[in-house]
Design a protein around this ligand. Structure first.
Ligand SMILES: NC(=O)c1ccc[n+]([C@@H]2O[C@H](COP(=O)([O-])OP(=O)(O)OC[C@H]3O[C@@H](n4cnc5c(N)ncnc54)[C@H](O)[C@@H]3O)[C@@H](O)[C@H]2O)c1
Ligand SMILES: O=C(O)C(=O)C[C@@H](O)[C@H](O)[C@H](O)COP(=O)(O)O
Length: 593
């Protein structure tokens, strides 16, 4: 089926027509500007169409025009409001759609230089701000990639899109070339053993939740607009929304006790505050605030770190809830790192088949990863996080002051998940770390760390908002985790999770390189960024059988075939299915100390 090389969406002033022209020239194809096509077909201007027939009539004509243009082999630029038509959104499924993101101030400067825009009549600044606020989630929903245009020349933006298109073409080519039967899970075979080639799955396409769930093999690309202003300006608490059946916010700031009291709400009679030994003071302070607000507070300490994630600890929590007659309207508040929020979350998910959960993460890793997204759970003898439930919190409150008491090694471990967000979706994270050799990222009081937190949260929020139950896209958050969880189990959970993830990401990058999918330069960048932060990039070289056995129990395994989230470039995650024993061996040997 003929399809445009790329469809550009975005608000007025995003540069769709200018960038579209450059792309069309570079690709030697036509540029179709949907607005111009509507005018040509209607034989009048858009302002005139609005005046004489109204917006609804215009949207109808626009939808028909876009449907026609989507059957061309061109570059297509859509009018700012085209995506408001449900039929147009539907028609965009399966196409490569790039959202050109721009801040309102810059868009305003650009549109003030151009022709009449009916929807901006009156107070253009206010109208544009309202339009962008209304439409941004829709652009993000239809887009397969988001490209920032602020402070960038149209040429520079076009180059980024061309690079995206060629990476996508490489995916398609490698998928076609590498399709093969799944390799059985087992130790790497000797080099001369014939084995099926590893196969890759291309990144997702526009708004294709249906396709993702039916295939369950696709990890998608996610572009993250990510200017700090979009997710909260430095100095004010950032508030990042997580979409879903029950949307909630992640608040990032200081002195946020009142947020917790609000989130618990006045319907609750009782609150179980679950905390780690290291967070008892913070838990007590929150408990006092909740008591002052009229709630009965039960403080409950769980063991430190991974020792908290057991069925015995869960059972003790259930006992406390039973003793205090917790009902359906009562609440669990988790105060601690990822281990605490994981176990407390599972308690909340299972008590009376689910009560309200408020997460107050006190580690960096908890703030950027564990406390949001709804994955709760515990470990079993067979492996990490094997029992649990998806139970999203009612809200997540990240008080950055907690990071000042966090041991440096735990802060570093959290940075591994921040870096993960950088590699899978937001390169600016990597740039920020590299800018000063990783120093500011490790300073709990620095604005850089705050921006890193907000950016990493924004990445996770967007992914889990689209795919709570890991039907496809969410797998990208597991980057580096297949080997990481195996290392943690092999080391009897004496390794920090983030440290294991750091090694796991280098392994995944080496694996993608061995499979011919990733340039050596990107693999090197993994080592560089992680080393700047003092994170490990190697592991002992004599543990392959144990590691392989643990990886064979990974949740991503399908039909007994190992599956790894890998990159084909920065912010280009995909899934490598059934890598060959040679590829696995090459990657393991490359990370062996
Ligand atoms: N559910 C998810 O989506 C998800 C995501 C990522 C990680 N995780 C899980 O999270 C866990 C790792 O989380 P983590 O790195 O936060 O580890 P952690 O919970 O073990 O905390 C690390 C250490 O810091 C201490 N601590 C916590 N807050 C402190 C503070 N403010 N000051 C001083 N000490 C403090 C803890 O008691 C612990 O000793 C793993 O079990 C991992 O599997 C879950
Ligand atoms: O939220 C997710 O999804 C993740 O994969 C985030 C990971 O960083 C996290 O460690 C998660 O707990 C792993 O989940 P699992 O399902 O692989 O156990």
């Amino acid at each position: 089926m003929t399809s445009p090389h790329v469809v550009l969406v975005g608000p007025p002033g995003a540069g769709k027509t200018t960038v579209g022209g450059l792309l069309a020239r570079a690709l030697h194809v036509e540029l179709y500007d949907a607005d111009a096509e509507v005018e040509r077909t209607a034989g009048t201007t858009i302002p005139e169409l609005f005046r004489t027939h109204g917006e609804e009539h215009f949207r109808h004509l626009e939808h028909e025009t876009v449907t026609r243009l989507l059957a061309t082999d061109a570059v297509v630029s859509l009018g700012g409001g085209a995506v408001l038509h449900p039929g147009t959104r539907e028609a965009l499924r399966g196409h490569t759609v790039v959202y050109l993101d721009v801040d309102v101030e810059e868009a305003l400067v650009r549109v003030s230089r151009s022709e009449e825009r009916p929807l901006l009549a009156g107070d253009p600044a206010a109208r544009l701000a309202a339009l962008v606020a209304e439409r941004r989630p829709v652009y993000e929903a239809v887009a397969t990639a988001v490209v920032r245009t602020n402070d960038r020349s149209p040429q520079n933006v076009a180059e980024e899109i061309l690079a995206l298109l060629s990476a996508r073409a490489r995916h398609t080519a490698s998928t076609t070339a590498a399709a093969g039967s799944p390799a059985p899970v087992g130790d790497p075979a000797p080099a001369d053993t014939p084995t099926p080639a590893g196969s890759t799955v291309p990144a997702g396409t526009a708004g294709d939740a249906g396709g993702r769930t039916s295939d369950a093999e696709t990890a998608g690309r996610i572009g993250v607009p990510g200017a700090p202003g979009r997710i909260g300006v430095p100095g004010a608490p950032g508030r990042i929304s997580v979409a879903g059946a029950n949307p909630y916010d992640v608040v990032v700031g200081h002195d946020l006790g009142a947020e917790v009291v609000d989130l618990v709400g006045s319907d609750a009679s009782r609150v179980l505050v679950v905390h780690a030994p290291a967070t008892v003071d913070r838990a007590r302070r929150l408990g006092d605030a909740l008591s002052a607000a009229g709630r009965e507070v039960v403080l409950h300490e769980v063991p430190d770190a991974e020792a908290a994630k057991t069925i015995d600890v869960v059972a003790r929590c259930w006992d406390r809830l039973g003793e205090h007659r917790f009902g359906r309207q009562d609440v669990v508040v988790a105060v601690g790192g990822g281990a605490t929020t994981d176990v407390a979350g599972f308690v909340a998910a299972s008590w009376l088949r689910g009560v309200r959960l408020v997460n107050v993460p006190t580690t960096l890793l908890g703030m950027v990863d564990a406390a949001l997204g709804g994955k709760t759970g515990i470990n079993t003898a067979a492996g990490k996080n094997l029992v649990g439930a998806f139970h999203p919190p009612a809200g997540v409150v990240c008080d950055l002051a907690a990071l000042t008491t966090l041991p440096a090694a735990d802060l570093r471990a959290g940075l591994a998940e921040v870096v993960k967000a950088g590699f899978i979706a937001d390169e600016r994270i990597l740039d920020l770390v590299e800018a000063d050799g990783g120093a500011a990222a490790q300073d709990p009081a620095s604005p850089v760390l705050r921006e890193l937190v907000q950016r990493a949260v924004a990445v996770k929020a967007r992914v889990v908002g689209e795919d709570l139950r890991e039907a496809g896209l969410r797998e990208i958050l597991n980057y580096g985790h297949t080997l990481a969880h195996a290392i943690e189990r092999t080391e009897a959970y004496s390794w920090r999770h983030g440290d294991a993830v750091a090694v796991g990401m280098v392994f995944a990058a080496e694996l993608a390189h061995a499979a011919g999918m990733l340039d050596a330069a990107v693999v090197d960048r993994h080592r560089k960024v992680l080393s700047l932060l003092g994170l490990p990039t190697t592991y002992r070289g004599d543990r392959w059988p144990e590691l392989h056995d643990a990886m064979a129990r990974d949740k991503k395994v399908r039909d007994d075939a190992l599956r790894f989230v890998v990159l084909t470039d920065i912010a280009e995650p995909t899934v490598l299915r059934a890598p060959t024993p040679e590829q696995l061996r090459a990657a393991y040997s490359a990370v062996s100390a």
